[in-house]
Design a protein around this ligand. Sequence first.
Ligand code: GTP
Ligand code: SPV
Ligand code: MN
Length: 648
Amino acid sequence: MPEFIEKKSNGFSTEVGRFAKQASHPNVGLFNHVKGISVVSGDFKNLSPKVRAYVEENIDLCQPEKIHICDGTENENNHLLNLMQQQGTIVPLPKYQNCWLARTNPADTARVESKTFICTEKRAETIPTTKEGIKGTLGNWMSPRDMDAAVKERFTGCMKGRTMYVVPFSMGPVSSPLSKIGIQLTDSAYVVVSMRVMTRMGQAVLDKLADGSDFVRCLHSVGTPANGFIEMKSWPCDPERTIILHKPQNNEIVSYGSGYGGNSLLGKKCFALRIGSTIAKREGWLAEHMLILGITNPEGKKRYIAAAFPSACGKTNLAMMTPTLPGYKIECVGDDIAWMRFDKDGQLRAINPENGFFGVAPGTSNSSNPIAMKTIFQNTIFTNVASTSDGGVFWEGMEDEIDPNVRITDWRGKPWTKGESKTPAAHPNSRFCTPAKQCPIIDPNWEAPEGVPISAILFGGRRPAGVPLVYQARDWKHGVLIGAAMRSEATAAAEHKGKVIMHDPFAMRPFFGYNFGHYLEHWLSMEQRSANLPKIFHVNWFRKGSDGKFLWPGFGENSRVLDWILRRLDNEDCAKETPIGYLPKPSAINMQGLKDKVNEEELFSLPKDFWMEEVYAIEKYFNEQVGSDLPETIEQELKQLKKRVNDM
Ligand code: GTP
Ligand code: SPV
Ligand code: MN
């Protein structure tokens, strides 16, 4: 029971002072100073020379008041939660165990792609050379000189009066040879507690660095607005000057102005995908925006599948799916990122470099994702969801999960009434940040240092028209074309407006660390690494009928599609050749026991006019956006697809 209960004006009890007894700084070193600045937790002398140099350099730049070297302990975590509660950054959610709600500044709620840059000497290393007058959409480039100026302008003195946290973290299990280490310097306690959930963070990582090994340098500040912008004390940020910079040559990330998601939890998109993909290119492996799941069929045969869907397009849902087909079992390895490489036997193996789920909250419910619902109500930080007067959370999709008599406060802190309020209760990109090990179907091998063997790779997106529920690539090269040609409706995960269909090759468009043309070459080169390549498929849960409704029930029913995919892996004769690849033969997808009849004809139809337009759109995209960097093989693959569709 909490020791002090205070009635807050927002209607529910908060546990002020719960951790007060332990709130003194853990692990304090007396006379522990660096450059005249006191180290309030941890021992600076014990850091490796490389880490010390990195910290010292950035003390000079950012001029923090204090240094806190994070050890990752529960005591430290409680101290930071307590601190944030006092500052008003988070409130406890007494309905659950150790759960917290953060409300960000409304100007800081999603990833900012337009302010994200890769810095290399030559522009062509980073982005394909686009046609004259065409704005490139495959990443933003900046010169190292401009990067230095941007950093100096924003970071000089930016941590005055604040604590600089030194966050040692590992992407992947600390003991895995496939893992990589980073040090994040940040002035946000929210980022520290979130990094503790999303990565392996703390002393064990510092111990591993003691041998002098290198690490990815991650500098982060929520920023201090230069002028005009009204600062919100509980969520400082500097939206006007926000910038996310990556220098692959130095394995370096610098992020300023935002405290939210992929902008600030630098292990995730910045490290595991953007810097990760450049390391992967050099070292001959793949860093991808993919979930990893294990699936056991009714005969007891288990396989692993990786799947790339764009942001907010169903990775978390598929990774934790509760299959409706009897006898199937799904286990979750990861829901967002896969690091994959071929082992000495030519088997592709994947690890999930993360340690938690930073999942989309709206739409998560006991009917759509009961496993997530069993995962997230302990030790979780919710951000920008709505709260209830009984100390819980609410979002769109949770209507049946709450007591109808509770009062709801929306993500901005305003009273909200169902059916009356015109704005959503939870921000569409509101998220939960929860430890992966709490997932009741976490795979027994999810931390296996050698990774899990991948048998199939799925690509998919939100395609309301024309694209069938599932089809299989003809071969690896055709599969790479399918990945390159991915398109999807825009979502709230980034700053895009409206439901336009956007190109999102490999679900990586916002996350490429280097030239997409070179990335395609890299994927094609995997054919030389193995005689046992995973089979490639494309799925679409989001096709709509002439009535504007989804044609496919999705979620647990997607097990029917996975069943067909597994049977294809077993070489079952359940597919027919079509111009776009192999589609299920009539009645090959098990529809037994489906609640509502599915219009299979519409779901699997291949309208010729749609596919001609699709091919032209891809051709135009490659021409304009990838230009001469497009591999000859992909050009040939597209030509062949065009011919097949034309002959339809
Ligand atoms: P990021 O974390 O942003 O990379 O996204 P994600 O791919 O993990 O997205 P997530 O699984 O959280 O999907 C979010 C949205 O997709 C929610 O609105 C879900 O309701 C919806 N969704 C997921 N699976 C299905 C499905 O099979 N059918 C339909 N119709 N919607 C789905
Ligand atoms: C995504 O947008 O794909 C996410 C959320 O997974 S964030 O980490 O904020 O990028
Ligand atoms: Mn993602």
